[in-house]
Design a protein around this ligand. Structure first.
Ligand code: ADP
Ligand code: MG
Length: 234
């Protein structure tokens, strides 16, 4: 399995008027194709910034970043958008569904932007929403909306799925069901998945865990025996 993402000296500063915020202070790592990575760390330690830069939502200030050997650090906004559309799926804490579209329409919309989409109705079934495909987001629970968001992200058939606190708004049991779906995408489709979380227990399902602190990776821990969610004592 090859390296899908490589970062060298990744640095990000935000300029807010007179103030400069050092969000990332020289971060180095590689992520292998097919890995499940969990990112832990206190609030404000740079986790979202890092994932947004990997996903082409945000631009880095300094350093090098490669996707399958292709440099992302030189790309302009348009090229980054193209890169994101072709390769990246995003899942956020708050599902960001289109309120005036049904579950199925939300998933289809994402599929239409992809060259190689998966079947949207099959995905709706896979995430356990068969029969709910014509519901609008307001007619679904938080867990159900997050399932739609997952189906939407996966429908594009992305090579890299980036999840920023995907279970943060859900109760433990619903959160575990969401993690199962993410793990299934990782294992069955052999896709790379990155999950940011506040819940240290989730590290037990990861291949590796990156611990962030003060805009740096404090340590990377490899897990030789990742657990299934059913084996974790939540
Ligand atoms: P985390 O996801 O670990 O909570 P973030 O990556 O969101 O951390 O934030 C890292 C630092 O960068 C924080 O100090 C945060 O306030 C700052 N930051 C994040 N996004 C912006 C932005 N758009 N403008 C200014 N500062 C930002
Ligand atoms: Mg964050």
């Amino acid at each position: 399995m090859g390296v899908i993402v490589e970062a060298k000296g990744l640095t990000k500063q935000f300029y807010c008027g007179e103030v400069t915020v050092n969000a990332l202070n020289g971060v180095d790592f590689t992520i292998d194709e097919g890995e499940l990575i969990v990112i832990l760390g206190p609030s404000g330690s740079g986790k979202s910034t890092m994932v947004n830069i990997i996903g082409g939502i945000d631009m880095l200030t300094q350093g090098e970043l490669y996707y399958n050997g292709m440099p992302l650090h030189g790309l302009n906004r348009n090229k980054l958008t193209e890169y994101r559309r072709d390769h990246i799926g995003f899942i956020f804490q708050f599902y960001n569904l289109m309120p005036n579209l049904t579950a199925l329409e939300n998933v289809d919309l994402a599929g239409q932007l992809s060259a190689n989409p998966l079947n949207s109705m099959e995905l709706i079934s896979k995430v356990g929403l068969k029969g709910k495909e014509d519901n609008y987001p307001s007619q679904m629970s938080g867990g159900q909306q997050q399932r739609v968001a997952i189906a939407r992200a996966i429908c594009k058939n992305p090579d890299l799925l980036l999840c920023d606190e995907p279970t943060g708004a859900l109760d433990i049991r619903t959160g575990v069901e969401i993690l199962d779906l993410l793990m299934e995408f990782n294992r069955e489709y052999r896709k790379t998945v990155v999950i940011i979380t506040h819940n240290a227990d989730i590290a037990q399902i990861a291949d590796r865990t990156f611990y962030f602190r003060d805009g740096k990776i404090e340590k990377i821990v490899k897990n030789s025996h990742p657990l299934k969610t059913s084996e974790v004592n939540w």
